[in-house]
Design a protein around this ligand. Sequence first.
Ligand code: ZN
Ligand code: FE
Length: 257
Amino acid sequence: MQIHRLPVLSDNYVFLLHDSETNTAAVVDPAVAGPVLEKLEALGAKLTAIFNTHHHSDHVGGNRKLLKAFPAAVVYGGAEDQGRIPGQQHYLNEGDRVEFGDRQAQIFFIPGHTRGHIAYYFAPASDGEPGELFCGDTIFAGGCGRLFEGTPAQMVESIGKLRQLPDNTRVWCAHEYTLSNLKFAVTVEPANQDLRTRFTQVQAARQRDEATVPSLLGLEKQTNPFLRWDQPTVMAAMEQGDAVRSFGKLRGKKDLF
Ligand code: ZN
Ligand code: FE
């Protein structure tokens, strides 16, 4: 399975999964259809599936047009998003599995950003290969999604599930927010050397106009405060003795940053 990253709108990423064996493709969170159709044409591939993480228009905006071009494509989304995802045919719950090519993705139910948000996790195809996590607007490189429809407790539980995946998991998040996220992160943990190093590297990468997605889950665990809400350094910075309150305060500060 090859993964193509398509930058669209101002800072969204759409991911096109291509199975060269069968020349079929699946798309994750098509904000718009145009660039997806162009890429499919260039690959000569047929779209068989649309994997949506949540109902926001910058994640499902291309569904209808893609279905027009590929009427047999199957639209997947979370069970809680029923009625909110254009063309949705499958309603996924925690622990469900979906197939693409010779791979299978496991579904995580991860409410917080929205009440119906899910993630798709492809375990490594073989030893030494990375797993692939499509987590929409839940974990961002260096940050996390805003709590539009959920509570800090829900987001802690959701990110807590994803945090248990192997370090060697590629995090395919849906926005290029990394630089502004890390600007905030260094104010939370100024003494975190891994974070400082990452911040410097990301500043340079963005100056060269390079994408910073995917990142690796192991790096997120070391440097992303929203995967470190229960670390003593972060809890001290938030002046909280309770981990969920620490997360809530962290998210609140980021909203105002
Ligand atoms: Zn969103
Ligand atoms: Fe989004």
